[in-house]
Design a protein around this ligand. Structure first.
Ligand SMILES: [Zn+2]
Length: 197
């Protein structure tokens, strides 16, 4: 335990995901000995992300204006919509270069143990988008783990009666994993080989 500002910083860092007490202490002392210009740049980046970045009003990806770059791109098709859990999954799929449609970011997955149900996700917003009638294929690209599968199953049941073709990424993705950790080739193949559900 330290006193004052250095302990405050260790406490704040320790509240970040994936940062344990030891890492928090190491980062705090790194900041203490770092060049003031570097620390100011970090502080500025933290402030700017809260000031400038918001969620796209259409797909809920991160954006710096009302709509994200992908929703604004006129070269992409509105007929294929890919559902993912988080903005980082959009980045993972974009890296494959296999997909030219639009996205819908749910903001998580159904997880009864943590009290996350369909109402806590942007499912109502998804249904509103689908009811416009433009989407012909809905790709369920939720994570290949229990919560992601439960979410995909739930969405398939909701969407299939609307007459929209529903597909799921092909196997080959590491089961129990996170979409973002799949390499580009595996994820790209899973995309090409997606199956109707
Ligand atoms: Zn968007």
């Amino acid at each position: 335990m330290y006193e004052g500002a250095i302990q405050d910083l260790i406490d704040e860092l320790g509240r970040l995901p994936g940062v344990g007490p030891k890492s928090a202490q190491r980062i705090a002392f790194h900041v203490l000995s770092a060049d003031p210009a570097d620390v100011n740049r970090l502080a500025g980046a933290l402030r700017k992300v809260k000031e400038l970045v918001r969620f796209c009003t259409t797909c809920y990806n991160v954006a710096e204006s009302d709509q994200c770059r992908i929703c604004r791109d006129p070269r992409r098709t509105d007929e294929v919509l890919c559902v993912v859990e988080e903005p980082k999954d959009v980045v993972a799929i974009e890296r494959t270069g296999e997909f030219r449609g639009r996205y819908h970011v749910l903001g998580g997955a159904i997880n009864p143990l943590e009290g996350i149900g369909p109402d806590n996700l942007r499912i109502r917003e998804l249904m509103t988008r689908l009811s416009a009638g433009t989407v012909r294929e809905l790709i369920l690209a939720t994570d290949p783990n229990t919560e992601g599968e439960a979410t995909a199953t739930y969405l398939a049941l909701m969407v299939k009666p609307m007459g929209i073709s529903v597909t799921r990424l092909a196997s080959g993705l590491p089961v129990g994993g996170d979409l973002e950790y799949a390499d580009e080739i595996t994820l790209g193949r899973a995309f090409e080989g997606r199956r109707a559900v």
